[in-house]
Design a protein. Structure first.
Length: 97
């Protein structure tokens, strides 16, 4: 009986770990872009962010925006990842509210 419970518990732990790994690797390219966005906001001065606000988007940025507009799940994943760091920096810089 003990062996049965140990097997069930091991299977449950493996399932939780595997699910966590799968979720972490669900959108690796989106993770890369999100990390770059976060780094850009953290490393930029407020003046740099204000200047960049009015500049045209690069082809890569436009492609990412198109992807985010077309897939609500990816958009939610991306926004959930960047929201805190970006919103905090924007608040510090007087960019919102």
């Amino acid at each position: 009986m003990r062996k049965y419970y140990a097997t069930v518990i091991a299977a449950m732990v493996f399932g939780l770990v595997f699910t966590g790994i799968a979720a972490a690797q669900q959108y690796p390219m989106v993770d890369l872009v999100a990390n770059n966005v976060i780094q850009k906001y953290q490393m930029s001065s407020c003046e740099q962010l204000w200047e960049a606000k009015d500049k045209p988007k690069s082809a890569q940025e436009q492609e990412m925006i198109t992807l985010l507009r077309g897939d609500p799940m990816i958009r939610k994943y991306f926004i959930d990842k960047i929201a805190g760091p970006v919103a905090n920096k924007m608040f510090e810089c007087g960019m919102f509210p």
